[in-house]
Design a protein around this ligand. Structure first.
Ligand SMILES: [Zn+2]
Length: 270
């Protein structure tokens, strides 16, 4: 998107201000605005992320315990049915004991009776254990259901709040990103490379303007010769203290509008 500028202004820019530097300075402004915008959303996006994870975990645990309860319940019912059968059998064997004719028959019935009684005893014991276990699990399940409902409600609330925050800033974000994409294409790769390298290391600020002879990033003095070279806006320098890219006043004025102080006058007093 290289807009053709009218000849006179184009000539001026060719002569003085480096267009790539001008756009780089503008890019810095856009990126700082984007940084502020993301910061304005605060902790909420991260918090919602954490809450979603918690809700998913709790939902899984709840499903798990409900499955376990159902399983034990089924097993317990099976045992209960078996117990009824066993009781009938035991009663039958007991009755048959009186009808036997021989000792062998008596021994056989007694053996079956004892076996039935042992199994009955085991079943009753298992059912007792399961009952206790089931009771504990059901108490846990009630508590878990309650906790789950709470975190789910909290998440819904946080998501609604996040939705509002996003709605308020998303439009601005889109505009800034679109502006950023346009600008990036107009900047020399060489400038962009330094920019992308310096920005993360310098808290998001890689390009600053010279202000009253000092670096706009760290406020250390820019050597006089370099400051003079920045005057026309055709060159940049790298701050020897903080490593940021420093551009001249004409670029800052072109992008920011008006000078913050009277940089030229102060610089000349030196
Ligand atoms: Zn500096």
């Amino acid at each position: 998107m290289d807009t053709r500028l009218e000849p006179t202004r184009q000539t001026l820019i060719d002569k003085y201000v480096n267009e790539s530097l001008l756009h780089l300075y503008e890019l810095q402004k856009i990126d700082s605005q984007l940084d502020d915008l993301i910061e304005s959303r605060g902790e909420l996006p991260d918090r919602v992320q954490d809450m979603r994870r918690t809700v998913a975990e709790q939902r899984y645990n709840l499903e798990q315990i409900r499955k376990d309860i159902a399983e034990i319940d089924t097993r317990s019912k099976q045992l209960s049915d078996e117990t009824v059968d066993l009781r009938e059998k035991v009663d039958r064997y007991k009755a048959q004991q009186f009808d036997v004719k021989t000792t062998r028959e008596y021994d056989a019935i007694t053996f079956q009776l004892e076996d039935g009684q042992r199994r009955l005893h085991n079943n009753v014991e298992s059912m007792g254990r399961m009952g206790v276990e089931l009771e504990g699990m059901k108490i846990d399940e009630v508590q878990m259901t309650q906790d789950f409902a709470e975190v789910e409600a909290e998440l819904a609330e946080a998501e609604a709040a996040l939705g509002e925050v996003l709605a308020a800033t998303q439009q601005d974000e889109k505009k800034l990103i679109s502006r950023r994409n346009t600008l990036e294409k107009k900047i020399q790769p060489f400038h962009l490379t330094i920019y992308n390298r310096v920005r993360p290391a310098k808290n998001g600020v890689a390009v600053v303007a010279i202000k009253n002879g000092v670096c706009g990033g760290c406020y250390n003095a820019v050597p006089r010769q370099l400051a003079l070279e920045l005057r026309k806006g055709e060159k940049h320098t790298v701050c020897e203290y903080c490593g940021r890219i420093i551009v001249g006043e004409p670029i800052a004025i072109a992008v920011d509008g008006e000078p913050v102080a009277a940089p030229v006058a102060v610089a000349e007093e030196d």
